[in-house]
Design a protein around this ligand. Sequence first.
Ligand SMILES: [Zn+2]
Length: 161
Amino acid sequence: MKIANGMVVALDYKLHLGDGEIIDASEPGSPLYYVQGEGNIVPGLERALEGLEKDDTKQVVVPAEDGYGAHDPEGVQEVPKDAFGGELPEVGNQYTARGPNGEVVPFVVKEIKPEVVVVDLNHPLAGQTLHFDVAIREVREATAEEKEHGHVHEPGGHHHH
Ligand SMILES: [Zn+2]
């Protein structure tokens, strides 16, 4: 059974940024499940997996524009220190703020200046070329309910994250 739109895929993956240092990976025995064609994973990886089958392995290089997008300089902003209350954040750490509509906005602290904190609203992997090592563990048809929802339901139950 080949990977095509609407199929549920389980895969093990490792991710590095070109230097071989693994920055993200699936846990052993706990592959990532997604629905092909639903944009659950970055577009460049989804496209590269089309047509693969169970037990296939592949190395996929995804340029930033097919990954988490280019790094947008306008995403780097200065926030008054007061906005953080009494506790200053740590440079390099990721935090979340509430957007105007109550949405969660993740950001990374780049620098702390005397008056302001420099934050970056870009995805931490924006602008990066992504190197994936993938191994396909399972390919199956999505259930009608999974197709309707556009995501995978875990075996034995309906879990929403
Ligand atoms: Zn659902």
